[in-house]
Each structure stands twice: as structure tokens, then as C-alpha cells.
Design a protein around this ligand. Structure first.
Ligand code: CA
Length: 416
């Protein structure tokens, strides 16, 4: 596929993240107005709620709420119909141009909000390099756990602390115990980290007790966002046995502001890597389940005028696809909801410049790295801003996600 041209001229360049090929869904407000659904096109947002109310889209009255869940619940046929109509309205030479133009808002004037109501959040551990690195750091061996090549390992996370990009994240307090300490202590995490992930958004759910195939799961996924699974490694390290992550993962998960549809990503499908062990048949699917999406992690200390690039990798580095994860999630009887968010797991490539967490980049703080400002880091310090970026690059066009960013605030003193 090549660049599709729009009458919104800023959308017609090879490197713009929001060409007509993309049309990602967000929620925005201007001034004191209530948040509403909009679609990004070039430097602008088409106010979908107002355009629908004015009779321009002609799709149904589902946009009187500030989230995209109602469209998500309608299923893939409706997703395609709606997207095709938006494409028609915004295409170069469209007969709808004059009618739609009054409903464009400059992104520069808009504040972005959560694009969906997140019903549930599950986080996986599906990057082989990340899992091997964590094994080497924590257990002294890069060998994968015995189940890892057979199961998309995951845990049930918290939807309550999933926030939109730009939301400050408070350094958590928690219980931890250093390896050489006799007793645990309570206080601010000293090993605050990020995890570079993709978030898959479940559009249509399935009933409790109703297994789904990988191919069915693929069709249930509405779109993708960038996801930063903020992690307190010292809290996590003390609490995680035997039931897995808890407080060390529950204080904040940031997502990028625009839902990039699975349809926009269709030309970028990429295969999962060759299986080191054959998967059980229920995890077989017929489609390539990953996507060729370039990813980058950046860190900007307080007062610095620009960020330092820490890592560049690709979503296609993962071992398990979101569809395989969703199938595995539901196959044992767990109902899945529209608005379910699935974190991919940390995405790391084979070399240190592709590591998607600071734990790996600094090897648990043992090998601090240097920022462009000359400062060194093992983990995140107060005032640091961490940013994730993603882009799929087609023939003369780019599918962008919008930055997924967050700044760390100092821990609250507790008990006061
Ligand atoms: Ca994670």
C-alpha cells in the first residue's frame, strides 16, 4: 500500500504519523468543553461526535460518550464500515470536504484524554530476550522457566491505574528487602523502571466458559497502543514469589493517546519467530500475529532541553502474538470484555541497544548508562520523563501512535 492522500494537506507527507492510511481514534477536548471522540488526520482532529450529530458521517448515535467502547462492541464489520466512511470523507477530492471542514480542530489546541474505558488489564511476559535477560539478572541463568516456551505467561493487572500519556506518575512506596538485609523495610522504591510494551485492545468480548481459537482472537482485537508498564523492581523482587507481580506493577501503566486500528496495521503483519518447542494445537493460528512496528525509548532528565534515546527495537521481536495471548487467556474459561487491555510484555531485542527496560540496560543498576546531559542512571530518578515512540513504515507513509510519556514525581512521605 502507498500513501493515501487527504484534503487535509498536513497528512500527505511520508513521515507524518497520521496520514489517511492511519485514522487513529482518540478522545479530546478544547478549552473547557467536554471530552469527545475524534480521529487524527495530519495535524488536525476530526470531531467525530459533532460531525455525526451534523449528519455527515451517517453511522449511528454512538459518539455521544467520550470513549470508543461503543464502536468496539459493534464488531469487525462495523469497524470496517466506519473506517471506510471516514476514509471517504477525508480523502482528497471528497464530496464531503466542505461539510466536514468546519469540524476539524487543530491538535495543537486540543487536550487528549483516555480513548477508551479500560475494563480489565492483563500483562504478559512474551519477549524471549527480556525473559532470558531477567533470568540472568535475577537467577543467574538465562534459561527460560520450564513453562515459558509452551505458555504465554501473564498475570492479571489493574485497570484502575491505566492512564493516558502525559499523566505524571508518583514514585510508589512499598515493602522491599535487599538481598543482604535481615528484615524488610518500607519506603520509596529505589529501583523504578519502565517496560516498553504494546497494548492490544479487545474490541469484542467472549463469554465466560467459552473458549476461542487464535483466529477468532485475532478478529476480536480492535487496535493497539504503546504501553509503558511502570515497574518498581525492588518491591517486585520481594513480593513476586509465589504468586507473581502485585504492588510493584500496580501504581501506574501509561498508554499512548490514539488507538491505532488493527486494520491500519494490516499491511505490517509479521510472523512470530520460529518455535523453539512446538506449541500445543490450541495455540495454532493461520495469520501472522505480530506487526513490524519500530519502537524507541527516550529519557529526559528534569531541566534537560531534549531527551536521550535509550533503545530502539521492534514489536516483531516478540515470541507470542496478542491473538495467541488472548486465546490462551480465554481458553480456560475466563470471559473477556470489550475494553480489555493486554500488555504484550517487555519488548527487547538481542543487543543492549534494543533492551526495553532499564533493568536490562543497566543490568540491575550494576552498569549505569550515561545520558546526553552527562548524567548517569541505573534506574529512574524523580523528575525524569520517559517516552515511548512507535511507527510502522509503509511505502511513502508512516503509521504513528503519538508519544507515550510520563514524568516521575517524588514519593509521598508515608506515614506522614
Ligand atoms: Ca510488563
Amino acid at each position: 500500500m502507498t500513501l493515501l492522500k487527504s484534503w487535509v494537506s498536513s497528512a500527505n507527507t511520508a513521515n507524518h504519523p497520521f496520514p489517511l492510511n492511519n485514522l487513529p481514534y482518540g478522545v479530546f477536548s478544547v478549552g473547557d468543553d467536554d471530552p469527545r471522540c475524534g480521529v487524527a488526520i495530519g495535524d488536525m482532529i476530526l470531531d467525530v461526535q459533532a460531525a455525526q450529530e451534523a449528519g455527515i458521517i451517517g453511522f449511528g448515535d454512538i459518539f455521544d460518550v467520550p470513549y470508543w467502547n461503543d464502536l468496539m462492541e459493534m464488531g469487525p464489520t462495523a469497524w470496517t464500515t466506519f473506517r471506510a466512511r471516514l476514509t471517504e470523507i477525508l480523502a482528497e477530492g471528497s464530496k464531503d470536504q466542505a461539510d466536514a471542514e468546519p469540524f476539524l480542530v487543530a491538535q495543537a489546541d486540543a487536550t487528549l484524554h483516555m480513548p477508551l474505558a479500560v475494563s480489565e488489564y492483563t500483562d504478559f511476559y512474551a519477549g524471549a530476550q527480556h525473559a532470558r535477560n531477567m533470568g540472568a539478572i535475577l537467577r543467574g541463568s538465562p534459561d527460560l522457566p520450564a513453562n515459558w516456551l509452551h505458555i504465554p505467561v501473564g498475570y492479571n493487572g489493574r485497570a484502575s491505574s491505566v492512564v493516558i500519556s502525559g499523566t505524571d506518575i508518583r514514585r510508589p512506596n512499598g515493602q522491599m528487602k535487599a538481598p543482604d538485609a535481615e528484615v524488610p523495610s518500607f519506603g520509596p522504591s529505589k529501583r523504578l523502571d519502565i517496560e516498553l510494551e504494546m497494548g492490544a485492545i479487545v474490541g469484542t468480548g467472549c463469554d465466560m466458559g467459552q473458549p476461542i481459537t487464535v483466529d477468532q482472537a485475532d478478529e476480536m482485537i480492535f487496535g493497539y497502543v504503546l504501553l509503558n508498564d511502570w515497574s518498581a523492581r525492588d518491591i517486585q523482587g520481594w513480593e513476586y514469589q509465589p504468586l507473581g507481580p502485585f504492588q510493584g506493577k500496580a501504581f501506574g501503566t501509561s498508554i499512548s493517546p490514539w488507538i491505532v486500528t488493527a486494520e491500519a496495521l494490516e499491511p505490517f503483519r509479521a510472523p512470530t519467530p520460529e518455535r523453539e518447542k512446538e506449541l500445543l494445537p490450541y495455540l495454532d493460528g493461520t495469520k501472522d500475529g505480530l506487526y513490524d512496528i519500530e519502537l524507541e525509548v527516550l529519557m529526559q532528565p528534569e531541566g534537560a532541553d531534549k531527551p536521550t534515546s535509550l533503545a530502539k527495537t521492534n514489536y516483531s521481536r516478540m515470541y507470542y502474538s496478542a491473538a495467541e495471548q488472548l486465546c490462551h487467556h480465554a481458553v480456560g474459561g475466563c470471559g473477556m470484555s470489550s475494553g480489555d487491555l493486554l500488555g504484550s510484555g517487555t519488548i527487547s531485542g538481542p543487543t543492549p541497544d534494543e533492551y526495553g527496560s532499564l533493568m536490562e540496560k543497566s543490568w540491575a543498576g550494576r552498569e549505569p548508562f550515561t545520558l546526553d546531559t552527562g548524567e548517569t542512571r541505573g534506574f529512574i530518578e524523580d523528575g525524569d520523563t520517559l517516552t515511548l515512540r512507535g511507527a510502522a513504515r509503509g511505502d511513502g507513509y508512516t503509521i504513528g501512535f503519538g508519544d507515550c510519556t510520563g514524568t516521575i514525581l517524588p514519593a509521598l512521605k508515608f506515614p506522614v
